[in-house]
Ligand binder design. Structure first.
Ligand code: HEC
Length: 698
């Protein structure tokens, strides 16, 4: 949205409240039939491919007709509308349609919204257009003369454009060592520590946190992590409305809308994306229809739009992009077991959107690893979904991505022929790829032949331990494997003791010995821990490199299984459950010792954030945002949010003031599981996601 327009709105409000005289009512303005007819032709030539044949059925852009349009533009000034179109449309080809033609297209848009043609033509002169108001409702579709406005004194205009004008391009150097104030990638730094060096908010003063601003995001599932750069916050909601806000005040700076309409929302085509990326002055955002968008960070205009996978065929994006050395690298979740087709990792050129390489996470016949699928044909191989963004080590020039399990376990339970292999590469694996070429340098499979949906698909933490660089990750079992970052060689495995599936881990190879009781042939009932929801899930951990402590949001649940697992197996409490399902735990990664456990009744619902101020921010399904003491785990402060949060809490600073932000609300994935265990939790029925931002008050 262009900023001048915002100012226009303010002027209008002030003018009304000051009781400024209105222009004398002359004959209402109109456009001519001829303009509209000619505009229709120009629309078809320049706009139809995105906005659709009927102005409201475009696949790539928002409706220019009907309720959405009237809500957005009704009562606003025709001059601003035409400036907006002329200044932003068609994306990438601004200026290719001359102003007179745009005026005619606007006449056609107005006619399509029910405004009748008349005697006088719609002018193209800016001053004259400024005196025309667009219709306020579909029922009364007429143009009206605008009110006369007072001039808004220059010095009273908001400073918003300056914030965007002064935005520094994000360099490779900044991504490697971000300013303490910024949050530039999913887990803040390339090594995915999810840790902030800020300490203005600390264990002593955290009780004084209070809300400084909040913002209702567009409807849809939200698991997003805001990006922060130079005082600007970028947010994405499930239906791919991407917005820039003043991170200190919550003022909207611009808004980009991709057309995922109400029908898409109902059809569940709208997917949460966990993060966006920033590089140069471009925001990269994955969409619900599996495209990657590049949006100008200062103007909100689309720079390019590249399809990554065919969402109609079942591929989808839930993670967001990682930018390394100018490549935008995105993980793709695989198709369902009925269709086959595994996950992917795709790299695009950040300038052009051109695809540079693609790595398939499910090995096909004839490829390396292709022999690990029990001789199944390609269409029977699925899974290996990439659910979260990767990590990057600039010194090794390697990106690390994780994958989930196989989706079609029936044909891989037993070896088809003696000697055949059923490891299922590259499911449940850490992949180390060269970001320039997509070449696989090494891999470590955490769980070969995973029949239990154990998903080793979450964040990869890169850490230095005793002079050795490691990549550490934990799947749903909350067993954390660490492997050498340069070679993939197994280093160690630590666990949180919430599972009964793995009985032992080989200290040399990392191979896991599984409990045979968990695979009964006779359909006997047994209690499997954790439930398929996991002792942990995508709610990311946070790592304090100075103290070598990993903080993990955990859940205590089991499932009553008959035969092989089904996600529908009833979730039950563990045998000696105390009714507390949520757990925030701290582990010394050098020794594997659990330093403390903070047990709560309600399941953890977001990633945890540790800060140098000694505070751990975390949330639960009962709508609490909490701050705990990172030394002891004790709760220091909490606040009730508008809804349960399923997103990632971040912290940042603007002009020396530290803020904490989290998006809560929207339909939530994890609630189904816990609704049965903690039935007292009552959440809002119709939920709009809300971004809430907190800071210290004096
Ligand atoms: C390549 C695709 C594409 C083409 C071609 C295109 N648009 Fe758009 N248009 C978009 C997208 C995407 C948006 C949403 C941008 C945003 O929300 O900031 C948009 C937004 C708009 C809006 C703002 C709607 C609102 O409610 O805010 C108008 C008006 C508009 N376009 C008119 C046009 C006209 C007129 C043309 C032809 C001259 C055109 N567009 C050509 C993609 C396109």
């Amino acid at each position: 949205m262009n900023c001048d327009f915002r100012i226009g709105v303010r002027i209008a409000l002030v003018a009304v409240s000051l009781g400024v005289a209105h222009a004398a009512s002359a004959a209402p303005p109109t456009f001519t039939e001829e303009q509209a007819t000619s505009g229709k032709g120009a629309y078809e030539a320049n706009c139809l491919r995105c906005h659709g044949t009927t102005l409201d059925n475009g696949q790539f852009a928002m409706p220019l007709k009907g309720e959405t349009f009237i809500t957005r533009w009704g009562g606003r000034n025709a001059g601003d509308f035409i400036s907006q179109v002329a200044g932003t449309m068609p994306p990438g080809l601004v200026g290719s349609v001359d102003r007179d033609t745009i005026v005619k297209i606007v006449a056609y848009i107005l006619q399509s919204n029910g405004v009748r043609a008349g005697e006088t033509a719609l002018p193209s002169d800016a001053d004259k257009l400024a005196s025309i108001t667009l219709p306020n409702s579909a029922a009364d579709a007429t143009l009206q003369p605008s009110r006369t406005m007072v001039t808004w004194p220059e010095e009273m205009r908001p400073e918003i454009p300056a914030l965007l004008k002064n935005l520094r391009p994000v360099t490779d150097e900044m991504l490697r060592a971000p300013s303490d104030d910024d949050w530039l990638s999913w887990r803040r730094t390339y090594d995915s520590h999810g840790f902030s060096p800020l300490k203005q908010i600390n264990a002593h003063n955290v009780r004084k946190l209070s809300l400084v601003w909040s913002w209702s995001m567009a409807p849809g599932t939200v698991e997003s992590t805001p990006l922060i750069h130079d005082g600007v916050m970028y947010v994405q909601s499930g239906n791919d409305v991407i917005q820039a806000l003043d991170a200190a005040t919550g003022d909207l700076l611009w808004s980009y809308t991709r057309n995922a309409g109400a029908a898409d929302l109902r059809l569940g085509k709208v997917r949460a994306k966990r993060n966006m990326a920033i590089y140069g002055t471009t925001i990269f955002a994955a969409t619900s229809d599996a495209h990657m968008l590049a949006i100008n960070a200062t103007s909100g205009l689309l720079l390019w739009d590249q399809q990554i996978a065919d969402s109609q065929q079942g591929w989808n994006l839930t993670s967001g992009p990682l930018v390394a050395r100018g490549k935008v690298i995105q993980g793709v979740a695989g198709r369902s077991r009925e269709h086959g087709g595994g996950g992917m990792i795709v790299a695009l050129d950040s300038r052009s959107g051109k695809e540079l390489w693609r790595f398939n996470t499910v090995a096909m016949p004839g490829e390396p690893g292709g022999e690990t699928w029990n001789d199944l044909p390609p269409e029977r191989r699925s899974g290996g979904s990439v659910w979260t963004a990767g990590s990057y080590d600039p010194a090794l020039n390697l990106v690390f991505f994780g994958t989930g399990n196989d989706y079609d376990i029936m044909p891989v339970q037993h070896k088809a022929t003696p000697g055949s292999n059923i490891d299922l590469l590259y499911t449940d694996t850490t992949l180390a790829l060269n970001p320039d070429t997509g070449k696989l340098l090494w891999y470590f499979q955490h769980m070969p032949n995973d029949l239990l949906d154990l998903d080793w698909a979450f964040e990869r933490t890169v850490l230095d331990l005793n002079g050795r660089k490691l990549v550490m990750t934990g799947g749903k079992l909350a067993i954390f494997d660490a492997v050498d970052a340069a070679s993939g060689k197994f280093a160690f495995s630590h666990e949180f003791g919430l599972q009964n599936i793995v009985q032992a881990v080989d200290p040399i190879t990392g191979a896991k010995k599984l409990n045979p009781e968990m695979f009964p042939e006779d359909g006997r009932e047994r209690v499997m821990c954790p439930s398929s929801y996991g002792a942990r899930n995508w709610m990311a951990s946070s790592y304090d490199a100075a103290r070598k402590i990993l903080y993990v949001p955990l859940e205590h649940t089991c499932a009553l299984q008959q035969g092989l697992p089904s996600i529908f197996a009833p979730v039950i409490p563990s045998k000696n459950s105390d009714g507390k399902y949520g757990d925030l735990s701290a582990m010394d990664v050098q020794t594997g010792k659990i330093l403390w456990r903070e047990r709560v009744r309600h399941a953890q619902s977001s990633g945890v954030l540790a800060t140098a101020g000694g505070v751990l921010f975390n949330t639960d399904v009962d709508r609490w945002l909490r701050a705990n003491d990172s030394l002891t785990g004790a709760e220091l402060w909490k606040v009730r949010l508008s809804d349960a949060a399923n997103a990632f809490v971040i912290t940042y600073a603007v002009k020396g003031k530290q803020y904490v932000a989290i998006a809560a609300g929207g339909p939530k994935v994890i609630m189904g599981t816990f609704a049965q265990l903690t039935p007292e939790v009552r959440l809002p029925a119709a939920s709009v996601p809300v971004m809430s931002v907190f800071a210290l008050t004096n």
